[in-house]
Write a protein of this length. Structure first.
Length: 211
């Protein structure tokens, strides 16, 4: 029997993606454990979600440290303390430099189809409004590995949704989030199974091996 993958989840706000992980784990649909939740804001509602689920929580804010490098170091120190196998950004709004020992072990989900409608400033409903304002007919979500640039790392998987004529940012966001709830756990499962192989910017999903 395989060992459940240990996750560190980084948040800045409501924690809906965190709650999805918690729910999927409780339902037996994701063989993982959320070991620790780290927030860049002490007001993030996601902290309450974590505490309700009995998960350790920490607040690490850049403004509490003399330099951003110090902030990054203390954040990684917490992640290492809990021996996380994989770090999942879940609405985390800080550009955290990736520690050398965690390169290739940090994921993020973005509520659009990268490379469109992504990068610095594209988060939350602003993404969906940008999709609508542009007149795009399709949107979706992207799970990707994280590097040192916003929404830039190699793409692991994407799921799409139609953009309807009567959509507003709220209705489009809800439709995209339904796909996020499927895509992120699937990416974690593939990582845990050793089925993600990075070749430059391309991430290949290798066939499942049978014993």
């Amino acid at each position: 029997m395989t060992k459940a993958i240990k996750l560190a989840v980084l948040i800045s706000g409501g924690g809906t993606t965190l709650q999805n992980f918690i729910d999927k784990i409780a339902a037996g649909e994701l063989d993982a454990s959320v070991e620790v939740v780290i927030s860049s804001s002490k007001k993030a509602f996601g902290l309450e979600r974590a505490r309700k689920a009995g998960i350790a929580t920490y607040v690490r804010r850049p403004k509490d440290y003399v330099t951003f490098a110090e902030f990054a170091d203390v954040t990684w120190d917490v992640i290492r303390r809990f021996e996380a196998d994989l770090v999942c950004l879940a609405g985390y709004l800080k550009l955290l430099p990736i520690a050398e020992d965690y390169v290739g072990r940090v994921m993020n989900i973005h509520p659009a189809l990268i490379p469109s409608f992504c990068g610095d400033g594209y988060y939350g409903h602003a993404v969906h409004q940008a999709v609508l304002d542009y007149g795009a007919k399709v949107s979706g979500c992207t799970v990707h590995f994280v590097d040192g640039v916003f929404d830039n790392g190699p793409i692991i998987l994407q799921r799409t949704v139609p953009v309807l004529d009567d959509d507003d940012a709220d209705t489009l966001a809800a439709r995209v989030f339904e796909q996020e709830c499927l895509a992120y756990p699937e990416a974690i499962r593939l990582f845990a199974a050793g089925r993600l192989k990075s070749e430059g910017r391309r991430v290949r999903v290798v066939p499942e091996t049978t014993s």
